[in-house]
Unconditional design. Structure first.
Length: 272
């Protein structure tokens, strides 16, 4: 299960990861948030940053369609906020065998308030506005569309979408109490590999953006931190594919092999 960033942008890197997974025998499926990439918006409500409700429905559907398959999930950039929230909220009922996050955003509120360099923020902002403009008529019933489409930062857009609605206005603080990616991280019960680079211009400096204590205390969270790699790039020297994709697929292969060995050792039936 491939989870794009919070803007719903299916990057070339995510497509490359899906292609590599297909070559390795996996069945890649892209999860689209409501209103993103042609996914229909049937109600005037979008998906908050860390609300895993729709992702839970998608996982339940995939489990029903493929009851004996090992279900894995990998997220890219700010989309990791959704995956991390899902793992914490679901705990041992996540139905996932393993998960991985490429250049994840761990602290959502801090990330929105710190802002990214404009070179990264403006393309995402324009991408979101373009998608939202398709539903301007329906959304105008519940929010100020002039303010929304006139937003000059991702924070202003997020605040207008989810805090300044006409039906359920709320504060910025209350919004993040419900949507911080790591709010229930202690409940996660699935191994999670997080690949991060120290020079990530989108996430920010490791000292303030990496929850190192989580990786020290939790037996389920693993951190692979490299000095260089940028944001979701991790290029090899010379021509070649992103080495992080190879690392994620090798990690998934090793986890699947480990789980099969454990099932044979304990004589457990495969879940259906």
């Amino acid at each position: 299960l491939l989870i794009p960033n919070a803007a719903g942008k299916v990057t070339g890197g995510l497509l490359q990861l899906g292609l590599r997974a297909l070559e390795r025998g996996f069945i890649p499926v892209i999860f689209n948030r409501r209103g993103h990439n042609g996914c229909p918006l049937t109600t005037p409500r979008l998906q908050p940053f860390g609300d895993p409700g729709d992702l839970r429905e998608a996982v339940t559907y995939l489990r029903c369609r493929h009851p004996s398959a090992s279900l894995l999930a990998v997220s890219e950039g700010s989309g990791s906020g959704l995956l991390l929230a899902y793992l914490g909220e679901s705990g041992s009922s996540s139905r996932l065998a393993a998960a991985a996050c490429l250049s994840p955003i761990f602290r959502g509120r801090d990330w929105f308030e710190a802002r990214m360099p404009w070179l990264y923020e403006w393309p995402l902002l324009l991408h979101l506005k373009q998608g939202l403009s398709r539903y301007a008529g329906a959304l105008a019933e519940v929010m100020d569309m002039d303010r929304l489409l006139g937003s000059r930062s991702l924070r202003e857009l997020e605040e207008t979408l989810f805090c300044r609605t006409r039906s359920r206005p709320t504060s910025w603080e209350s919004y993040w109490e419900r949507n911080e990616p790591l709010r229930d991280a202690d409940e996660a019960a699935v191994p999670v590999l997080c690949l991060c680079s120290a020079d990530d211009p989108v996430r920010g400096a490791p000292a303030r953006s990496l929850p190192r204590e989580l990786f020290r205390s939790s037996p389920y969270f693993f951190l692979l931190l490299t000095p260089h790699g940028g944001h979701c790039a991790f290029p090899r020297r010379g021509p070649g594919r992103c080495w992080a994709h190879e690392a994620v697929l090798e990690y998934f292969r090793a986890m699947a092999e480990f789980l099969r060995t454990e099932e044979r050792r304990k004589g457990l039936p495969r879940p259906r």
